[in-house]
Design a protein around this ligand. Structure first.
Ligand code: FMN
Length: 181
């Protein structure tokens, strides 16, 4: 399934430590309410920090990965223990959401602030699917909207998609195709 969006997920742990990691088993799945899903796997049989934090804090932010942040995103995927702050590891600023109990990437120009609504066990898989509701949207004032709409101009945003393994899709030409009928 390529390209896939990348949910760059930030959260607090129980002791107030910050966590940041990319997840490409991720997508938007409902408009009303606005829901996103993320599928968290295991690391050598242990829970990943993101899942532990989402369970204990019930909140997270999704930081949209843009071309300028791709290396920071990759750096934050290092398999490190919960005592390591991946914001520092990735060299990005940490800002604090006023809407949900989670930090977000200060440089990120589009952030979704989410509450955990549901957890779904996936039969036969060790992955766990977490459903989050977007209760806040933070957009940089530098982002233009498409003419006469509230839709962010995607060429200006320059979002990155994940291909297989270490390959990423850089933003290219946008084609506009009106829907039939
Ligand atoms: C682009 C990208 C996408 C990833 N997608 C996923 C994913 O969907 N599910 C998953 O469990 N791990 C995924 N990973 C691996 C996690 O980011 C990695 O295991 C990370 O260390 C988890 O951090 P955490 O323990 O702080 O949550 C991905 C890594 C990269 C670079």
């Amino acid at each position: 399934m390529v390209p896939r969006p990348i949910g760059w997920i930030s959260s607090w742990d129980e002791d107030g430590g910050a966590n940041l990691a990319p997840y490409s088993f991720f997508n938007a799945v409902s408009g009303t309410p606005m829901l996103v899903v993320v599928s968290v796997g295991q690391r050598r049989g242990a829970l990943k920090d993101t899942l532990v934090n989402l369970r204990s804090r019930g909140a997270f932010c999704v930081n949209v990965v843009t071309e300028d942040l791709i290396e920071a995103m990759n750096a934050s995927s290092a398999e490190v223990g919960p005592e390591i702050d991946e914001f520092e590891l990735a060299g990005v600023g940490r800002a604090v959401s006023e809407v949900v109990d989670a930090p977000y990437v200060a440089e990120c120009r589009a952030v979704f602030e989410c509450l955990v609504r549901q957890e779904v066990a996936l039969e036969g898989s060790t992955n766990v699917l977490v459903v989050g509701e977007v209760v806040g949207v933070r957009l940089s004032e530098s982002l233009p909207m498409a003419d006469g709409t509230m839709i962010v101009d995607s060429e200006a945003l320059r979002p990155v998609g994940r291909m297989s393994g270490s390959e990423y899709m850089m933003p290219g030409n946008v084609r506009i195709l009106p829907r039939p009928g």
